[in-house]
Design a protein around this ligand. Structure first.
Ligand SMILES: Cc1cc2nc3c(=O)[nH]c(=O)nc-3n(C[C@H](O)[C@H](O)[C@H](O)COP(=O)(O)O)c2cc1C
Length: 281
């Protein structure tokens, strides 16, 4: 199986323009930012924009799902575009708003519920993946409830952000959890702080099936090419390509000024990867 490189879902950031830029520079699969399924079912305009796939980029739609009823309602109505690659379930969001409803990180324990969502999505012939953290908090991480989920849910793959829900970004992602996950025989995609070929090689050695890159892909959207050992575009090239793409999608994605701002204030600003890997940029 080929090792896969994925762009992470990023709120107010991973719109059609950024997804296409990263795809043009080596990302194999991309994700829409998290949308509450309920609001997509209610045809909330901004939610429908978030899940629109209007380019030729392989993309999964990420949802926070509360119940099968809404999910079925959505699936019955949904007309997939050519590059829709399935639905990703968000089991990683630590926001109290979602947690109080039993969603986000709180859903890692709700194994049979998650499996019923996955089965329902698959029954429509669509791909179904799960993105999770290591539990709601340090206690749940210690209890390894994430292993029950990985063992008992039949998702196509599991993207694991290697932090628990109470951890902020100052704490490093904990790659020590991956060997046990890989041993389940399920496809594991590693996520968290991935920004160098050295880390990718370490994760490949552990046996994960791919990596997902979030923040480092905003500062360097060609990180996927570079992680693959290719030369990669310069930051000036990336900036101008991104500006053209975001103009192109402006009409269909009316609120993209915020997205554009979020990308352009970061693109090229953190040169860590380029420096570490001898890339000019
Ligand atoms: C600004 C921002 C927005 C995010 N939005 C989402 C989201 O909508 N859905 C999601 O599953 N994760 C979201 N995340 C988490 C990322 O997808 C990813 O799991 C996390 O940043 C760790 O990867 P990284 O170290 O490569 O950035 C977000 C992270 C950031 C920094």
């Amino acid at each position: 199986m080929t090792f896969r490189y994925m762009l992470a879902p990023l709120e107010d950031t991973s719109d059609n323009a950024l997804r296409e830029l990263c795809f043009n520079h080596g990302a194999d699969l991309t994700f829409t930012e998290m949308t509450r399924l309920r609001s997509a079912v209610d045809e909330n305009k901004s939610s429908l924009r978030k899940i629109s796939i209007i380019n030729n980029v392989p993309t999964q739609i990420q949802f926070a799902v509360q119940n099968e009823f809404d999910l079925k309602k959505f699936l019955d109505k949904y007309t997939p575009s050519k590059n829709f690659k399935g639905i990703n379930l968000n089991l990683g969001c630590p926001s109290p708003q979602l947690i109080n409803l039993g969603m986000g990180c709180a859903m890692i324990k709700r194994v049979s519920k998650v499996n019923s969502f996955v089965k329902l999505i698959q029954s429509y012939g669509y791909g179904a993946s799960v993105k999770l953290r290591l539990g709601l908090n340090a206690y749940e991480k210690k209890m390894k409830s994430y292993l029950n989920l990985i063992n008992d849910v039949d998702a196509d793959f599991f993207i694991v952000h290697a932090r628990h829900g109470a951890e902020h970004y100052e704490a490093s992602a904990d790659y020590r959890v991956f060997p046990e996950m890989v041993a389940t025989g399920k496809k594991i995609i590693a996520n968290g702080d991935i920004d160098s070929i050295r880390k990718v090689n370490l994760l490949k050695k552990i046996g994960v099936s791919g990596v997902m890159v979030g923040r480092a892909a905003v500062t360097d959207p060609a990180i996927f090419e570079r992680l693959k050992g290719l030369k990669g575009a310069s930051f000036d090239e990336l900036r101008s390509e991104y500006s053209i793409l975001s103009e192109k999608y402006f009409e269909t994605n009316g609120f993209n000024e915020k997205y554009k701002e979020n990308v352009l204030k970061r693109l090229g600003k953190n040169k860590k990867f380029s420096e570490e890997n001898n890339v000019q940029g």
